[in-house]
Design a protein around this ligand. Structure first.
Ligand code: ADP
Length: 499
């Protein structure tokens, strides 16, 4: 593995991990694919093969679902008190923290993101996410219900929340470890068992997480991890008749396929999908914070965030200043392999994403947009794109309407503040939005009218395990995080007893 050997600061444990063929975790054992097939994962900074991974398919999904069902119905997990579940989740968080550097390096190599970002964002957020849900394991409660039609004291009615059962969890490649935690934290707290399918581009940290799940002492079959492709392993999991719920994060296009696949046994579905989020800067904003805020809203994680602030609306009097400021910020970003110590932005995750983002840039420029900065690929090796600010765009262009999932922002001026809510909401998506203003009343009035699951005021991309996240409209069904997500991992049972 030339790439890894030549990286100067690589942890020997990470080199050893990527050098060995990665298997899948089914019923507490690391096994090969039933077909014996493997697939390669690539280092996006070089395009070279990083590791070989067992390629899960329908048969492996069947094996994993059988294991998850057995663990749910009859294993030690099904009898475990919530406090013990909570302690196991907390122990897992401690183990992830102990191996923080190893996870950060694996994530950077597999996904391309700067090592420094993985160290301060992806891995610590994963740890805190797990700890938050460790706390919830003992706090999932029902209610007592005063019946309104029966005479008082004749009945006792109450609800209990029970785990939904076997859960299929299909996750994307933009925050591979953190997305695994978003799914596993609440499902474990609720007492479910899982089959997790990481994205084919970035399976490595989920597989290392599997090793720590075993080390923490979770019973066999509680978490099964099956790497593989979406059309095969993912589709089989979404359609599986013995899966009670599927939780998906990814594109809106695949979200629709998941809904169709889930229809067979009417499994529960939660979806966290794409976005084309508006970021609105009013003329009365604190421009010193709005400019870097708008830049990081789009450029964080190379724009590979479903909530990226990709439509920047700026009130006319400050439009030029904001565009200059955001473009200047873009030009300061050091676009380098994620493993280089001063990298601010690594490569996109894959050749496919590089083609997709460059395709959007070409289409925008052809339709008359102007790149104030960027506008093309960066270098000719690896999947790097220059951070880009497009102006002269309008709402009919693909670059304004469609999710690019790259470091590309379209800046559009507006003159009439009363029209901005209509423009901001003029999208099929509804994941997130930003509002920048010193006028508290205006900011909250606009926030109330935005059709989006999260609205950030005078900030952007602030995430917290306690704050629910998810989409209106075609950005999804249900919410991740907070106590809201626990509703998706539990069923409510009403119990009514005659007294
Ligand atoms: P992207 O297009 O950005 O790669 P996707 O939505 O295709 O994002 O992928 C997110 C996750 O969905 C990945 O784990 C991928 O393997 C999976 N996936 C892709 N297609 C399907 C499908 N037809 N059924 C189930 N899962 C799928």
């Amino acid at each position: 593995m030339a790439t890894v050997a030549s990286a100067p600061t690589i942890d020997p444990k990470v080199s050893a991990f990527v050098a060995r063929k990665q298997k899948m975790l089914i019923n507490g054992k690391w096994v090969d694919a039933a077909s014996g097939k493997t697939f390669a994962t690539y280092n996006p900074a070089t395009g070279e093969v990083l590791a070989q991974v067992a390629e899960g398919d329908r048969e492996d999904i069947n094996r994993a679902v059988r294991a998850a069902r057995a663990a749910f119905e009859s294993g030690p997990w099904s009898k475990m008190p919530p406090a013990v579940r909570g302690k196991l989740i907390w122990k897992l968080a401690d183990l992830i923290e102990k191996h923080l550097e190893e996870f950060a390096q694996l994530e950077s190599l597999d996904n391309g993101k700067p090592l420094g970002i993985a160290r301060i964002a992806d891995v610590p957020l994963t740890v805190e996410h797990m700890r938050y849900y460790a706390g919830w394991a003992t706090k999932i409660e029902g209610n007592t219900i005063p019946l309104i039609l029966a005479p008082p004291n004749k009945f006792l009615a109450y609800t209990v929340r029970e785990p939904v059962g076997v859960v299929g969890q299909i996750i994307p490649w933009n925050f591979p470890l953190l997305m695994a935690a978003w799914k596993l934290g609440p499902s474990l707290a609720a007492g479910c068992t899982s089959v997790l399918k990481p994205a084919e581009q970035t399976p490595l940290t989920a597989l290392r997480l599997g090793e720590l799940i075993q080390e923490a002492g979770f019973p066999d079959g509680v978490v099964n991890i099956v790497p593989g492709f979406g059309e095969t392993a993912g589709a089989a999991l979404a359609a599986h008749p013995d899966v009670d719920k599927v939780a998906f994060t990814g594109s809106t296009e695949v979200g629709r396929l998941i809904v169709q696949a889930a229809a067979g046994n009417l499994k529960k579905v939660s979806l966290e999908l794409g976005g084309k989020s508006p970021n609105v800067i009013f003329a009365d904003a604190d421009i010193e914070s709005a400019i870097p805020g708008a830049a990081s809203a789009i450029f964080f994680n190379h724009g590979q965030c479903c909530c990226a602030g990709s439509r920047l609306y700026v009130e006319k009097p400050i439009f030029d200043k904001v565009v200059d400021g955001v473009s200047h910020s873009a030009e300061q970003i050091k676009v380098k392999p994620g493993f280089e110590p001063d990298s601010d932005m690594g490569p996109l995750v894959s050749q496919e994403q590089l083609n997709r983002v460059c395709g959007y840039l070409e289409s925008g420029l052809k339709e008359g947009a102007k790149a104030v900065t960027g506008g093309k690929r960066h270098g000719d090796k690896g999947y790097f794109v220059k951070p880009t600010v497009l102006v002269n765009t309008n709402e009919t262009m693909k670059v304004v309407r469609e999710e690019i999932f790259g470091p590309v922002v379209t800046a559009i001026p507006f003159s009439d503040p009363s029209e901005i809510v209509g423009k901001a909401n003029d999208t099929t998506y509804g994941l997130a939005a930003g509002v920048w203003s010193r006028d508290i009343k205006k900011a909250h009035t606009v926030a109330a009218k935005l059709r989006a699951g999260t609205v950030w005021i005078n900030c952007y991309n602030v995430f917290d395990p306690a704050m629910p996240f998810g989409g209106y409209k075609e950005s999804g069904w249900g919410r991740e995080m907070g106590h809201e997500v626990l509703e998706h991992y539990t069923e409510v049972k009403s119990i009514c007893s005659a007294l």
